[in-house]
Write a protein that binds this ligand. Structure first.
Ligand code: FAD
Length: 451
């Protein structure tokens, strides 16, 4: 089978690429490893009465049944609605959003007492500023934790515990331990303003809105991408397809694992970027309850660990009909706990919630757990800049091998890595670059769309 374009991966980057190609009249096939679209935007539904879990494949017409609670196990928020293309999509497709207060958690110290948020965040910000100044004065990069250790002023035990709590909040945000982050470059990305929002009906309404008439092959993991004369041959575990050009949008973790072979091999600069960037891990333990039992001021909580490994954060982010508490795990703790069973993890989460509230939490009606590191189609949650990397690697990862091989995905967007909007924008940019190169492809004619 011959097509104009093959897009590998039906996450936000892949769907944005395919949508842009299809809207410009190009024929494109999306080849996706999983039996569903959305990638790291993933919203299974849990039936509150039976506890049964359902997942939407690629059906844009699928509607939630009564008693079903959508739970976002991947992305939850549109981070900053101003100038954000995901907010624009939500408006365009009339997908409901609600304010998502994820910036003002309540901090609970090791003795169970609440710590003053403003003071704690102020100390954290000042410490991070001093760590950045120190990092730039050093002859070479060092880890954020080393830089912080050197600028930490306080010897006061209580203040030190408050700073540690702030740092565990940071590691939940970054999806990695702070000793892995570059002290110079860890926050080089651009934040969008306007506040964050969530999707009460589930984030997956966004990828589903993009599907429309796209030709998507599900359950088709790609194993090889090979230049074959003037064409590119894409091999999955069950078939092959030939295209004029390919856009690869698989996650950085999948590229690191060398799951797909490239013939000829990718340039050293590309592999260096793949290897230098880091892939973090953020996991969620979602507890679905019959009714809410926690006070509003304990909707977002960062709590000191009581043992290692332990849960250090939980929050109620989705304003669903059926209340959901998400317990958060990041970095090494998350990696370690992926081996535990759902019920062990649920017990841990319930214990943390009960300890924080000072009374036993009820049994949840349902439990959902993510394991993004052991998932062979993601192999981590999202990218970060480790010690020694600078952020330039994002640009190197995005560089096409003209005029036949293009790259997109959250780790290809230097300004907005690790986000849904970064993935979406990178997909649009890759599609535009691929179409601009069409005159350079020998024998290329714009073939009619297949669907
Ligand atoms: C727990 C968690 C919370 C997050 N929270 C937020 C948030 O609140 N806000 C935010 O903006 N971002 C958040 N993110 C990040 C955001 O989800 C991602 O940056 C974004 O969805 C990545 O999109 P992508 O298209 O680059 O990759 P993906 O969505 O991973 O898509 C890649 C696709 O490639 C497929 N694939 C893999 N291997 C193959 C293969 N061999 N052949 C064919 N297909 C293959 C995968 O199955 C997948 O569908 C979060 C991520 C996680 C994990």
């Amino acid at each position: 089978m011959d097509v104009g374009y093959v897009v590998i991966g039906a996450g936000m980057a892949g769907l944005a690429t395919a949508r842009a190609l299809a809207d410009a009249g190009r024929d494109a096939v999306v080849v996706e490893a999983r039996g569903r679209i959305g990638g790291r935007v993933y919203t299974p539904r849990i039936d509150r009465d039976s506890g049964r879990i359902s997942t939407i494949g690629a059906d844009p017409m699928w509607a939630d049944g009564a008693g079903q609670t959508p739970v976002d196990l991947g992305a939850s928020w549109i981070h900053g609605i101003t100038g954000n293309p995901i907010a624009e999509l939500a408006r365009q497709y009339s997908i409901a959003t609600a304010p998502g207060k994820n910036r003002e958690p309540t901090f609970i110290g090791p003795d169970g007492a609440r710590l003053p948020r403003k003071k704690l965040v102020g100390t954290l910000d000042r410490t991070l500023d001093r760590a950045a100044t120190l990092a730039w004065a050093e002859p070479s990069d060092l880890s954020l934790s080393d830089a912080i250790a050197r600028v930490r002023k306080t010897r006061d035990h209580r203040k030190g515990a408050a700073l540690d709590l702030g740092l565990s909040w940071l590691s939940l945000i970054m999806g990695t331990d702070i000793d892995t982050l570059s002290a110079r470059h860890w926050d080089q990305d651009d934040e969008l303003g306007g506040g964050d929002v969530v999707f009460p009906g589930g984030y997956d309404h966004i990828p589903r809105a993009l599907v429309n008439d796209l030709d998507i092959w599900l359950d088709s993991p790609v194993t090889e991408i090979a230049r074959d004369g003037e064409h590119v041959r894409i091999t999955t575990d069950s078939r092959t397809v030939s295209a004029d050009a390919v856009i690869v949008t698989v996650p950085l973790g999948v590229l690191k694992a060398r799951t797909i072979s490239f013939v000829p091999d990718l340039p050293d600069k590309k592999w260096a970027a793949v290897d230098r960037l880091g892939v973090g891990l953020l996991n969620k333990i979602a507890l679905v309850f019959a009714e809410r039992f926690w006070p509003r001021q304990l909707e977002q909580v960062v709590v000191a660990p009581q043992r290692e490994p332990d849960i250090t954060g939980f929050s109620c982010v989705q304003t669903t009909e059926h209340p959901v508490l998400l317990a958060w795990l990041a970095g090494r703790t998350a990696r370690l706990l992926e081996a535990r069973s759902d019920s062990e993890l649920a017990d841990m989460a319930i214990h943390t919630v009960s300890r924080t509230l000072g009374r036993p939490a009820p049994d949840p009606a349902g439990v959902l757990v993510s394991r993004w590191a052991s998932d062979p189609h993601s192999m981590g949650s999202y990218s970060y800049i480790p010690v020694g990397a600078t952020g330039r690697e994002y640009d190197h990862l995005a560089e096409p091998i003209r005029p036949w091989l293009y790259f997109a995905g959250e780790a290809c967007h230097r300004a907005h890595p690790g986000t849904v909007h970064g993935a979406y924008l990178s997909g649009q940019e890759a599609a535009a670059a691929a179409m601009a190169d069409e005159p350079d492809r020998p024998g290329y004619t714009i073939s009619p769309r297949l669907t």
